[in-house]
Design a protein around this ligand. Sequence first.
Ligand SMILES: *Cc1c(COP(=O)(O)O)cnc(C)c1O
Length: 378
Amino acid sequence: MDLYDELGVKKLINGYATLTSLGGSRMPAVVLEAMREAAQHYVRIDELQEKAGAKIAELTHNEAAYVSCGAAAGIVLSVAACITGLDAQKRERLPFTDGMKSEVIAHRRGVEYAFTIRQAGGRLVLIGGEQGAEAADLERAITPQTAAIFVVYKNDGMQGQVPLEEQIAIGRRRGIPVIVDAAAQIPPVENLWRFTHMGADLVIFSGGKGLCGPQSSGLILGRRDLIAACAFNACPRSYIGRPMKVGKEEIAGLLAAVRWYLGLDHARLMQTYEEQVARVIAGLATLPGVQALRRFPSEAGQPMPRAEIIFDEARLGLSRDDLLVRLLEGSPAVSLAPAGECGVYVNPQTLAPGEEMIIARRIRAILAGTEPDNSGVL
Ligand SMILES: *Cc1c(COP(=O)(O)O)cnc(C)c1O
């Protein structure tokens, strides 16, 4: 019996993704140990941030690094840094930015975390339409009030966005920093340095997704002066970043996670994912009314396989949505992502080896009508 059992909180098998709403990821033992060690002593947080940041920067081939309490907080600090620099009077006034350069240009399509830009006082200037935007739209949007260009990176040709290289080139030419939100773009590991080496000024990752660090940690990588301006706006100073406190445990945990992640045998890990996907497919492909396929790359274009299971709803007499509810309500509870109109994805990134078989077994049992229906959906 653990704490979750004691509280009556249902544990889930997460075949969905590194979703914050499901707990993100699981920390390896070395990360937990680093957090435990860090929790034993008092230190000056600024000194720890500076030295852990220098270490993370070195490990990831970057100029500088800062640990935030999540990628969303990393966006707030990055935007604040681009607005205030090291100007104490500007910092004092955030999030109110009258008379300051505070426009942040982003593509209309796909800025899920727009709120965090506004939270820092950024005035969003959206370019393009639902289909994407052109370089000329970006050029036209730049004014003397522009503080930053904000890019949500997707590893798939950017789906109608101006290519990152081009946005960086425009930012360079016009003297405007480019912030890249790459929160969920791990793997591949190279992304930790790829965008900054392309010339992006600040690049943000979630610490609690692919890196398997603490849930409430995030990583800002990039230019030394802008990283200093992030720290300038951040806790323990009482300004815009103060409510986004990152503790010594998270700082230590994220450093340990970055080390751990860099040290993984990534080819081996991909092989494990392939095996898990193959086992799900083998376990379901022969069922009548079911198609099971390997999909590659992932939805965000990452080099990871997933299984897509497509249901013939009419033949099975069960809708995909009802199946998802039954998976979640039954035991052991399973959370999966919907795929298209009548399918689901099984994502190995958040599954311990063996859990994929539990998922296949539960789907088989639901379709065979051999498991009790506690969901109330049928
Ligand atoms: C998950 C995510 C975030 C937020 O990350 P947190 O670490 O949970 O704060 C921001 N941007 C994108 C694109 C994400 O996928």
